[in-house]
Design a protein around this ligand. Structure first.
Ligand code: IDP
Ligand code: MG
Length: 149
């Protein structure tokens, strides 16, 4: 089953949106298989955002993501990587559709509340960066037959 890495960034945690974010992923029908509150280290932040190393916003992004706790999660379900990106919305919350997390709760790109892996290989890489294998729980939700034909 497909998995994706989702992180509620410091602004999402400070703004008490943890429950709201989890509610949306649960209500859609995805399964939570990993969850922890993380004080992100400089090294983890730089590894996670390595692809943006040369961008002008890199230093402020690292300062921001290490400034306050992050809720790190792994969600599972068919098509969860692409679906999560839709649930999250466009990078700039002002361009994100209403009904998405960023569209409903954000007003600026540097405070866009949440991270979601952008592709299946990225998801696998990010899950192994943030979680040990034993921190992920394989379980069978009892409502699977009501979500999948
Ligand atoms: P994504 O989070 O939608 O995948 P990316 O382009 O991968 O967007 O950028 C990673 C993160 O870097 C964004 O979520 C945002 O926090 C930050 N970021 C991206 N572009 C800008 C910018 O132009 N100014 C400030 N921060 C930015
Ligand atoms: Mg990205």
């Amino acid at each position: 089953m497909e998995r994706t890495f989702i992180a509620i960034k410091p602004d999402g945690v400070q703004r008490k949106l943890v429950g709201e974010v989890i509610r949306r992923f649960e209500a859609k029908g995805f399964t939570l298989i990993g969850l922890k509150l993380v004080k992100v280290s400089q090294t983890l932040a730089e590894n996670h955002y390595a692809i943006h190393r040369d961008r002008p916003f890199f230093n402020s992004l690292i300062t921001f993501i290490t400034s306050s706790p992050v809720v790190a999660m792994v969600w599972e379900g068919e098509g969860v990587v692409a679906a999560a990106r839709k649930i999250i919305g466009a990078t700039n919350p002002l361009n994100a559709e209403l009904g998405t997390i960023r569209g409903d709760f954000g007003v600026s790109v540097g405070r866009n509340l949440i991270h979601g892996s952008d592709a299946i290989p990225t998801a696998q890489q990010e899950i192994s960066l943030w979680f040990q294998e034993e921190e992920l729980v394989n379980w069978q939700p009892s409502l699977t037959s009501w979500l999948y034909e």
